[in-house]
Ligand binder design. Structure first.
Ligand SMILES: [Cu+2]
Length: 133
């Protein structure tokens, strides 16, 4: 009789322990991937141009062929990036972004070596250069 009670007691202890471990495991499992799955906010780096205060920062960068350059608009107003082309039309531009709203971004992958001056089509005084070498 005493032996059976002891067995039941230990069974209950084991079940409670198991539930605790499972619960801890579950919450731990939910928490640990948290930081990893958090969408990476784009941090300015050598391939990133920040648009702020009506200026491209840095105004000129050099990248190697195959590099994707990302522009991030940190201004409250829209900007639109366009590669300088001959004449005033967009004809011949290698790259042209859509209108980039606040906190929006635009990326372009440069495959060919060369110097690519660009400007903002909304604010033509905003100028920058991408050099691919
Ligand atoms: Cu602009």
């Amino acid at each position: 009789m005493g032996h059976n009670l002891k067995s039941i007691h230990w069974a209950i202890v084991l079940i409670v322990l198991g539930i605790c471990i499972a619960f801890a495991g579950c919450t731990g499992y939910q928490q640990s991937p948290g930081p990893a799955t958090t969408p990476q906010t784009q941090v300015p780096g050598s391939n990133t141009v920040t648009i702020q205060n009506f200026a491209f920062n840095p105004p000129a960068i050099s990248v190697s062929p195959g590099t994707t350059v990302t522009w991030i608009n940190k201004d409250a107003v829209d900007h639109e990036i366009i590669n300088d082309a001959s004449g005033s039309t967009a004809e011949g531009a290698i790259f042209r972004s859509p209108v980039i709203p606040r906190d929006g971004s635009y990326s372009f992958t440069f495959t060919s070596q060369g110097t690519y001056p660009y400007h903002c089509s909304i604010h033509p005084t905003m100028k920058g250069t991408i050099t691919v070498q």
